[in-house]
Design a binder for this molecule. Structure first.
Ligand code: PHE
Length: 333
C-alpha cells in the first residue's frame, strides 16, 4: 500500500508539472483528489490493513494529499501568471501608432453648382422655392399652356403614374404653383432647383433623371432686357466674365417670345445651356395675374449641363454612379 501511494505521488507530480493550462490542471485535481479520485480509491483499501499499519498509512496518505495540494496550488499560480503575461502581450496598445484617418465627405458637384447658382440669384433679389417631383398634369402641362393635344407634349416624353399624375418633366410647373401661392401679389422673383424626369435612353449626354433650376420673375414692367441682364450676370459669374453668350429664338409653349441661350466654348463651339423667355400672357392669366398689368420672364437651366461645362466632365452618368474616384475630385468644391 505504501508503495502504491508513493507511485501515485510520483506520477501525480509529473502530471501536475506538465499541465498545460488552468482547465487541464483542474481536471488533474479532480482525477487525483476528487471523490472518485485516485488517492481516494487507494485509501478505500485501508480497511484491509492491520491496526498497526493503519495509522502509518493514514499519516502518509495525509502527507501526500497536502503535498499534492501544494503542488497544484503552485502550478495554478504559475499558470495564472503565464495567462496574465500573455494577455498583456496580446492586448497591448501601441499609443505611438498613427490614428485611423477620419474621412470627411465632400459636396456633390451638382449640389455645388446648385448652391453657387442660388447664391448668385439670391444676390439679385430672388428667393429659393421648391415643388413636388410627383406632379399633376395640371401643373406640369395645363397651367404651362400645353393644351391636352398640344404637340409640344411630345417634346417631353413623360413617366406617367396615372393619366393625370406624372414625374415632372421640368421644373416649370413651380412657376404656376408659386404664382397661385402669391395670389396676384408682386414682386415675385424665385428660383427653384430640383430633379426632373424624362423617358430618355441614358447615354453620355442623356439621363432619364436630371436636375434643373427654374427661374421666374413677375412684376410691373419686367422686360426682356432685365432677363438678358440677369442671365448675363449669372453666366459671367459661373463661367467667367469673358464668356461669350448668344440668345437664339426658340419655342416653349409657356413663353412668348422664347429663346435658348448658348455659351461659347473654345473647344466645342456654341453650347446650349438654358431655355428662357417672357412669360406667356395665358400662363400669367391662368395663375391669377392680369397680363395687361404685369409681365414676367422665366428661364430653366440644366444643372448637369452647367456642371459638365464648368468642370470638363464628358459623361453625365458620372454624376449618378457614386464612384469615389470621381467624387473625391470635388471634395474642396
Ligand atoms: N422648361 C423648359 C425645359 O425644360 C425650360 C424653360 C424654362 C424654357 C422656362 C423657358 C422658360 O426645357
Amino acid at each position: 500500500m505504501q508503495k502504491k501511494l508513493m507511485e501515485l505521488k510520483n506520477l501525480a507530480e509529473k502530471k501536475i508539472q506538465t499541465a498545460k493550462d488552468l482547465q487541464a490542471l483542474k481536471e488533474i485535481r479532480v482525477a487525483l483528489l476528487g471523490k472518485k479520485g485516485e488517492l481516494t480509491s487507494v485509501l478505500r483499501g485501508m480497511g484491509k490493513l492491520s491496526p498497526k499499519e493503519r495509522p502509518q498509512i493514514g499519516a502518509l496518505a495525509n502527507k501526500i494529499r497536502s503535498q499534492l495540494e501544494a503542488w497544484i496550488e503552485a502550478k495554478r499560480e504559475e499558470l495564472e501568471e503565464a495567462k496574465f503575461v500573455q494577455q498583456l502581450a496580446t492586448e497591448k496598445i501601441d499609443v505611438t501608432l498613427p490614428g485611423a484617418p477620419i474621412t470627411v465627405g465632400g459636396v456633390h458637384p451638382l449640389q455645388a453648382v446648385i448652391e453657387e447658382v442660388e447664391d448668385i440669384f439670391i444676390g439679385m433679389g430672388f428667393e429659393v422655392a421648391e415643388g413636388p417631383e410627383v406632379e399633376t398634369d395640371k401643373f406640369n402641362f395645363e397651367m404651362m399652356n400645353f393644351l391636352k393635344d398640344h404637340p409640344a407634349r411630345d417634346m417631353q416624353d413623360s413617366f406617367y403614374i396615372t393619366p393625370e399624375i406624372l414625374l415632372r418633366t421640368h421644373t416649370s410647373g413651380v412657376q404656376a404653383r408659386e404664382m397661385l401661392a402669391k395670389q396676384g401679389e408682386v414682386p415675385l422673383r424665385i428660383i427653384c432647383p430640383g430633379k426632373v424626369y424624362r423617358r430618355d435612353q441614358d447615354d453620355m449626354t442623356h439621363s432619364h433623371q436630371f436636375m434643373q433650376i427654374e427661374g421666374l420673375a413677375v412684376d410691373h414692367n419686367v422686360t426682356m432686357s432685365e432677363l438678358k441682364g440677369v442671365l448675363l450676370t449669372f453666366i459671367h459669374k459661373v463661367f467667367g466674365e469673358e464668356t461669350e453668350v448668344r440668345l437664339r429664338p426658340s419655342f416653349f409653349p409657356f413663353v412668348e417670345p422664347g429663346m435658348e441661350v448658348d455659351i461659347y466654348d473654345p473647344q466645342k463651339g456654341w453650347l446650349e445651356i438654358l431655355g428662357a423667355g417672357m412669360v406667356h400672357p395665358r400662363v400669367l392669366e391662368k395663375a391669377g395675374y392680369n397680363p395687361e398689368r404685369y409681365t414676367g420672364f422665366a428661364f430653366g437651366l440644366g444643372v448637369e449641363r452647367i456642371a459638365m461645362l464648368k468642370y470638363g466632365i464628358d459623361d453625365i452618368r458620372h454624376f449618378y454612379n457614386n464612384d469615389l474616384r470621381f467624387l473625391r475630385q470635388f471634395q474642396s468644391v
